[in-house]
Design a protein around this ligand. Structure first.
Ligand SMILES: CC(C)(COP(=O)(O)OP(=O)(O)OC[C@H]1O[C@@H](n2cnc3c(N)ncnc32)[C@H](O)[C@@H]1OP(=O)(O)O)[C@@H](O)C(=O)NCCC(=O)NCCS
Length: 162
C-alpha cells in the first residue's frame, strides 16, 4: 500500500478525558458549535439536552474541546450531535470521543444510529472507519442557502459485538 493511502495514526500528546456535560459547560460547547457548523444548535438546545439526553464532553486538562449528545430509547441509540473544536480536529480526538461513546452504548443498545449531511466527507469517513454503514438516504432533507441537501442515515449493529 502506498504511504499516502495508509490510515493516519494519531499520537495524542495530552491524553484527553471524557466526562458528562454539565450546564456550566454549555457556554463553551455552544461557542464550539458556532464554529463547526453553518447550522448550529442554540444554547437552549444544549441546556435542554443536559437534562433530557446523554451528553459528554471531551476535555484536555480542563479545557472542553469536544462534545457529543446521544439518546438511548428501547435498545436503540442515536447520536444527535458530535463535534470537535476546529483547532483540535484531525488529531484523533473525534475518534477517541466516538470510541468512548460506543463503549458505553454497546452495553445498553443493539444499534447506534446517526444522520449526517451527504457533503460531510470527514465525518462520513470517520463513521465508516469505526464500522458504521449507510442504511438509507433521505433526499433533500436539509435546507441550505444553495438548495436542499441529502441526509445519510448510518448505523452500527452491536448484536455481534464490536
Ligand atoms: C467530524 C469530526 C467530529 C471528526 O473529529 P476529528 O477529531 O476531526 O477526527 P479524527 O482526527 O479523530 O479523525 C478520525 C478519522 O476521521 C476521518 N477524518 C477526520 N478528518 C478528516 C478529513 N479532513 N478528511 C477526511 N477524513 C477525515 C478519518 O477517517 C480519520 O481517520 P484517520 O486519521 O485514521 O485517517 C470533526 O471533524 C468535527 O467536529 N466536524 C464538524 C462537526 C461535524 O461535522 N460533526 C458531525 C455531524 S454528523
Amino acid at each position: 500500500m502506498a504511504s499516502d493511502q495508509m490510515p493516519r495514526r494519531h499520537k495524542l500528546s495530552i491524553i484527553p478525558s471524557v466526562r458528562p456535560m454539565v450546564a456550566e459547560d454549555v457556554l463553551h460547547v455552544s461557542a464550539i458549535e458556532q464554529q463547526v457548523t453553518p447550522h448550529p444548535w442554540r444554547e437552549s438546545q444544549f441546556l435542554e439536552s443536559v437534562s433530557k439526553h446523554y451528553c459528554l464532553v471531551l476535555t484536555l486538562e480542563t479545557k472542553v474541546i469536544g462534545y457529543t449528545i446521544y439518546t438511548i430509547v428501547a435498545g436503540e441509540a442515536e447520536i444527535l450531535n458530535i463535534a470537535i473544536h476546529p483547532d483540535y480536529q484531525g488529531k484523533g480526538y473525534g475518534r477517541q470521543l466516538l470510541d468512548h461513546l460506543m463503549a458505553i452504548v454497546y452495553d445498553q443498545a443493539e444499534r447506534l444510529y446517526l444522520e449526517v449531511r451527504a457533503s460531510n466527507a470527514s465525518a462520513i469517513h470517520l463513521y465508516q472507519e469505526v464500522g458504521f454503514v449507510e442504511i438509507c438516504l433521505r433526499r433533500n432533507y436539509y435546507p441550505t442557502p444553495s438548495g436542499p441537501e441529502d441526509a445519510i442515515v448510518m448505523a452500527i449493529d452491536f448484536q455481534f459485538g464490536l
